[in-house]
Design a protein around this ligand. Structure first.
Ligand code: TXA
Ligand code: MG
Length: 326
């Protein structure tokens, strides 16, 4: 059982000592270490059982701190993005300073940085006085945690877990790469391509996540995956027995005789509400021993639906070669 509580002063001391602290952000829980201490960061990979190194996000608590992590001078476009969306669910990737350890960036010339919109996370970073490197606090290839219980289920070798209830956004931040005067979206999230394009009409916005991999070594197709068969469906199958867990994004009438378990993420198709409930629904069905397979209705690949479909496709990736009725 890992030690947990609400003591950010204690947690920040642990961070400075090179220890690991799991903490809430507005998206998902993070597994944090001092981002300037290569040895501490190495423990993150050990505890998550990541088979290969994969670059991490540095979390900062003030826009001014961009200068301590990105190469100077920091581009005006990066400052504008930070001013528009921070604190918030946007991660910016750009050229990094030499002082950032290679283990944070996987040796890339760029680093990912975010200022989370969560009072506990911001307090922890301020009190620690260093950027905090943190991936999502799950085991490699498993679902991102949106509650302290999810963290406890998966990780044991964490020095402290800051309890902060349920995260309210529930899926990971949008990642943009800004290495020139173009904004490249490399992971979709709640801040959508359309929103960025509307907020920055003078800038070219492109999305790269369809192309996969090159820019984001961690963007494996199978990254978020439940531990039982998981299928995406376009319409409800005629038979829905009791060992099926069904995830719906809108109220729907079930076929006659259906006695599956349903997790309705939003009564009225609200995508933001659905995103915030998605991982908890998958966790719930994973932990329910009566459930043998999970179905999720597909959603429209637009706006926040794009971020939801990105996570669903990754979760279902290793099962897509199987038939729905297997
Ligand atoms: O909402 C979030 O972003 C959460 C919370 C904890 O902040 N964090 C999170 O971290 O989702 P993680 O490690 O699970 O995902 C970070 C992603 C990885 O896919 C990684 O490949 C990408 O960021 N990334 C990090 N540094 C990068 C870089 N220099 N270039 C491209 N992609 C990078
Ligand atoms: Mg992750």
């Amino acid at each position: 059982m890992i030690k947990s509580g609400k003591d950010t002063i204690f947690a920040s001391k642990l961070i400075r000592e090179g220890k690991l602290v799991a903490f809430p952000t507005e998206t998902v829980y993070g597994l944090g270490a001092n981002g300037l201490d290569a040895k501490a960061v190495a423990r993150i990979f050990e505890v998550k059982k990541r088979p290969s190194f994969d670059p991490l996000i540095l979390h900062i608590a003030a826009i001014d701190d961009l200068h301590t992590v990105f190469k100077r001078p920091v581009s005006p476009l990066i400052i504008r993005l930070a001013q528009k969306y921070w604190p918030g669910p946007l991660t910016i990737v750009s050229h990094c300073r030499k002082s950032i350890p290679d283990i944070v960036t996987s040796g890339l010339p760029t680093v990912a940085v975010r200022m989370p919109n969560h009072p506990v996370a911001l307090k922890l970073i301020r009190q620690a006085g260093v950027p905090i490197a943190a991936p999502s606090a799950n085991l490699f290839g498993r679902l991102s945690p949106t509650t302290p219980e999810h963290v406890k289920e998966q990780l044991t070798a964490v020095d402290y877990l800051i309890e902060g209830g349920r995260t309210n956004i529930g899926i990971e931040s949008t990642i943009v790469s800004v290495c020139s005067d173009v904004i490249e979206i490399i992971r979709p999230g709640i801040i959508t391509e359309a929103q960025i394009a509307a907020d920055f009409p003078d800038v070219k916005v492109v999305s790269e996540y369809a192309a996969q991999i090159v820019n984001a070594p961690g963007q494996l197709k199978s990254h978020y995956s439940p531990n039982k068969p998981f299928y995406l469906i376009d319409e409800l199958p005629s038979e829905l027995p009791n060992y099926v867990g069904l995830i719906l994004f809108n109220t729907m009438r079930l076929p006659a005789g259906a006695n599956c378990k349903v997790n309705l993420l939003s009564q009225n198709g609200d995508m933001l509400e659905s995103a915030s409930n998605l991982f908890a629904a998958l966790h719930g069905f994973e932990n329910d021993s009566a459930i043998e397979k999970i179905y999720a209705m597909k959603v429209k690949d637009e706006g926040i639906g794009t971020a939801i479909m990105d996570r669903l496709n990754k979760a279902a990736y290793r099962f897509t070669s199987l038939m729905v009725n297997d």
